[in-house]
Design a protein around this ligand. Structure first.
Ligand SMILES: NC(=O)c1ccc(N[C@@H]2CC[C@@H](O)C2)nc1
Length: 244
């Protein structure tokens, strides 16, 4: 899978993925992350990429021509690429969106700076994403967040594919608690069920913990989850226990 990033700060994309599981996936050729300097598509001696806003006001707006030249040039190399814009006005990025994007062959990310993009750039954009309701100085960090979330779903990147399926949100619920050695730490023991070797019992306990944790921390997620009859029984028991 190819990630093509258009940015004023291409050097930002060198280190975040080095060494990590994503860095190994790049080395294995499973994913490719290329940052393209927006200035390459800006004309004139000063390669201007931004200008003052029509109608007045503070700050600068990113000019449409360089961005649109960049998109057209990258779409020639990757005709089926989806063009993604990072902005607080975008649709909320979720695990489901990550899974959808991981099906694509290549993605083009537009990272803005200053006050944002000239509105006319949006006609070249397929989807606009926000990673949360807050404002950052640039779209680069959101692009990195989305690249990380999508790249780890590319087959072969995580190695034991299982850990992607067992992620928080992948089944719509939050994750169950995790434990590793030592069996006792500061007087706190690992739940004995996890030491039992009884895989059916362990799976049931984990599912029950996911339901309890989701009920406690993100009850809103429960509306969108397909629950088994056993799940409903567990949830009712958790609700009664929490009410006490
Ligand atoms: N919540 C987010 O995903 C997000 C995305 C972009 C952003 N800032 C850039 C700078 C200028 C404009 O392009 C938007 N802030 C927050």
């Amino acid at each position: 899978m190819k990630f093509e990033v258009v940015t004023l700060f291409p050097e930002m994309f060198d280190s975040p993925f080095a060494g990590s599981i994503i860095g190994k996936a790049v080395a294995k050729g499973l994913v490719q992350i290329t940052a393209h300097p927006l200035r390459d598509w800006a004309e004139g001696r000063h390669q201007v990429t931004d200008d003052t806003p029509y109608g007045g006001g503070d700050g600068m707006v990113m000019k449409p021509e360089p961005l649109c030249r960049a998109i057209q040039s990258l779409k020639q190399q990757h005709p089926r690429a989806r063009v993604l814009m990072m902005s607080p006005q975008g649709q909320r990025f979720t695990q489901q969106r990550a899974a959808q994007l991981a099906e694509e062959e290549s993605l083009i990310f537009l990272c803005g700076r200053y006050e944002g993009f000239d509105e006319r750039v949006r006609s070249y954009v397929d989807e606009e994403y926000s990673i949360g309701d807050f404002v950052l100085t640039g779209g680069e960090l959101p692009a990195m967040v989305i690249i990380d979330a999508v790249a780890r779903l590319v087959p072969g990147v995580l190695g034991s594919q299982g850990s992607a399926e067992a992620d928080s949100f992948s089944d719509g619920l939050l994750e169950h608690p995790h434990y590793t050695r030592p069996a006792e730490f500061e007087g706190r023991k690992v739940p004995e069920v996890l030491l039992s070797g009884d895989h059916a019992r362990i799976a049931a306990w984990r599912r029950s913990q996911q339901l309890l944790r989701t009920l406690q921390r993100r009850p809103d997620l429960l509306e969108h989850v397909s629950l088994t009859e056993q799940d409903r029984v567990e949830l009712e028991q958790h609700r009664q226990m929490l009410r006490q």
